[in-house]
Design a protein around this ligand. Structure first.
Ligand code: OSB
Ligand code: MG
Length: 387
């Protein structure tokens, strides 16, 4: 698929979708999902992409409006040079540093478009080998321990096979110990600190070694590779990195210096599914365990993530939950768990239909942009004028 030779159109949609319950993490409480999705229409086919950048720059530097700006002003003009389709986007976008979530959203839409025309699913394109993946759930911080236990009981009752607890100073050892007491030592349990601790908390973090956790995710700030490497030497609990890993090179560096033994791969954070696959391959080759994270995704990114999670290199259950974990009404038919597993979509592209009436229902605004004709006809001139 090439985007030259005919007119293409890209629409940026900003939606606000209510969450079924507030989601609290160490960087704040989320009550709605503000999300940027994009559709690319080309020759009668529509490809959909979702940007995982949250409304505010709390998880990383990127946020919804920064992503929309970068897509409109810097990525869209360069799309015309991606004449080899999705696999050529990285080279076309190379002059724009960072902004992985913005780039990933465009890549998802182009891949969806391309694979729909080829009648191929994301999972088969990626090399997925499973038709279902274990369902895991990320559980936020609660106002009290009884409320946390009630929420977990509900997740276990519907079939989740792995629980991840968000932790932060003041909400860490005690809730984890209470969860263990209530649900036993066989429950696959892990914690995610979202960068909330520092090296001076090492003594506290060592106490998690008695809790039988599968891993502790991102205890320190993203840039503190050395801190994580030193922590790993004194913890029995394996360290998983999320915010620190921006691509395959970071993965090699983190694993090479012993900063982690597990990687949470979020395709948006690393710039797209193609780079996410490289992270999975290199991580697996270096002996790490890798799994697919989530960003409170709508049915679009959830579909693509399930396809990614079906790769054989992804050896641990991910934050691959049902749509109902976050949304009563989604913008695709809901992804539903069956016996503790999430089915991997099999249809062309992302493999799920986008319900445009629901997109309209949650729409805050949209903006349709033409993939510039001048760019399509005279790529070299536009390339020179945009660099
Ligand atoms: O750190 O994994 C994280 C959600 C938003 C931002 C960061 C994280 C999360 C989650 C949610 O843990 C995972 C999900 O979407 O189920
Ligand atoms: Mg995380």
């Amino acid at each position: 698929m090439t985007l030259d030779g005919a007119a293409g159109e890209l629409t940026l949609w900003r939606l606000r979708m209510p969450l079924v319950v507030p989601f609290e993490t160490s960087f704040g409480t989320q009550r709605d999902k503000d999300v940027l999705i994009l559709s690319i229409n080309f020759d009668g086919v529509t490809g959909w992409g979702e940007c995982c950048a949250p409304a505010e720059p709390g998880y990383s530097e990127e946020y919804l409006d920064s992503a929309a700006h970068v897509i409109e002003h810097f990525l869209l003009p360069r799309m015309a040079f991606a004449t080899g389709g999705a696999t050529s986007l990285a080279a076309a976008f190379a002059g724009v540093r960072g902004h992985h979530m913005a780039k990933a959203a465009v890549e998802m839409a182009v891949l969806d478009l391309e694979l729909k025309t080829k009648q191929m699913s994301f999972a088969s394109y990626f090399g997925g080998t499973r038709d279902r993946v274990e369902a895991g759930v990320s559980v936020g911080i609660f106002p009290s321990i009884p409320e946390l236990l009630t929420a977990i009981e509900g997740y276990l009752r519907v079939g989740y096979r792995r629980i991840k607890l968000k932790i932060a100073p003041g909400w860490d050892l005690e809730p984890v110990q209470e969860v263990r007491r209530e649900f036993g030592t066989d429950l696959p349990l892990q914690v995610d600190a979202n960068c909330a601790y520092t090296r001076s908390d090492t003594r506290l973090l060592r106490k998690f070694d008695d809790c039988g956790l599968e891993m502790i995710e991102q205890p320190f700030v993203a840039s503190d590779m050395m801190g994580h490497a030193q922590l790993a030497k004194v913890l029995e609990t394996p360290i998983c990195l999320d915010e620190s890993i921006h691509g395959a090179h970071d993965t090699v560096a983190a694993l090479g210096q012993g900063a982690c033994s597990i990687v949470n791969i979020k395709p948006g954070r690393v710039g797209g599914y193609l780079e996410a696959r490289r992270v999975a391959f290199v991580g697996h080759a270096m002996g790490a365990q890798v799994w697919c994270g989530g960003m409170v995704d709508t049915g679009i990114a959830r579909a693509a993530n399930l396809a990614f999670a079906s790769l054989p290199e992804l050896t641990l259950p991910g934050d691959t939950s049902e749509s109902a974990r976050f949304f009563e009404v989604d913008i695709t038919p809901p992804h539903q768990m069956i016996d503790g597993y999430m089915p991997v979509p099999t249809g062309p592209g992302i493999g799920v239909e986008v319900l445009t009436e629901n997109v309209r229902r949650f729409e805050v605004e949209h903006r349709t942009l033409r993939i510039p004709q001048r760019a399509l006809r005279e790529p070299q001139r536009v390339l020179e004028s945009t660099l």
